[in-house]
Design a protein around this ligand. Structure first.
Ligand code: PRP
Length: 184
């Protein structure tokens, strides 16, 4: 799905499909070099990270294993409690493994902060983070990001995995959502 298909819902493209692919290839080259002599387990965080993981792992030259987690923040719709519930855990034993968590977006940072603590407590050899997007102005806790795609403004963005009410995930770029869609 492209921006033209959603005329009216969006206020403009923030990152084009081409820019996304170019940046993912650059990040993949770094990961190739950093893990050349290691077995890497890529952990995608459902559902938003599906597109990032799919394109990122295909841009890698090294073989990796992949696994998935689904998590949800407890409590309010603003998802700011920082308490995370595991909806689907990994199938993989993390003992001695080098893990790279792949996320679509780091917003408040609370989800990743919790995930890092959780995975590191499982006897991993290392745990690093790759996130396509980060909102510096929304962050409520420091998260050490090893591989960063883009810093973006604190706007409501959708596409390339990111949703509003489960819509727009299959948009091929990252775009700003028009406030009229979420302000009733
Ligand atoms: C999004 C995103 C991160 C989290 C980031 O997931 O994929 O997991 O929010 O927010 P935070 O930095 O404020 O914790 P969401 O809970 O929307 O689920 P989804 O991936 O299924 O869309």
């Amino acid at each position: 799905m492209r921006v033209e298909d959603l005329d009216g819902d969006l206020e403009g493209v923030l990152i084009s499909a081409q820019e996304l692919q170019t940046r993912l290839k650059q990040m993949a080259a770094k990961v190739d070099a950093d893990y050349a002599d290691k077995d890497l387990l890529v952990v995608g965080v459902l559902k938003g990270a599906v597109m990032v993981v799919a394109d990122f792992v295909r841009a890698l030259s090294i073989p990796v294993q992949m696994d998935w987690m689904a998590v949800s923040s407890y409590g309010s719709s603003t998802k700011s409690s920082g308490v995370v519930r595991i909806l689907k855990d990994l199938d993989t034993d993390l003992g001695g493994r080098h893990v790279l968590i792949v996320e679509d977006i780091l917003d408040s940072g609370l989800t990743l902060s919790w995930l890092l603590r959780n995975l590191r407590s499982r006897g991993t050899a290392s745990v690093e983070v790759l996130t396509l997007l980060r909102k510096p102005d929304a962050m409520r806790t420091e998260v050490d990001v090893r591989y960063l795609g883009f810093d973006i403004p604190n706007d409501f963005v959708v596409g390339y995995g990111l949703d509003y009410a489960e819509k727009y995930r299959n948009l091929d770029c990252v775009a700003k959502l028009s406030p009229k869609v979420y302000e009733h």
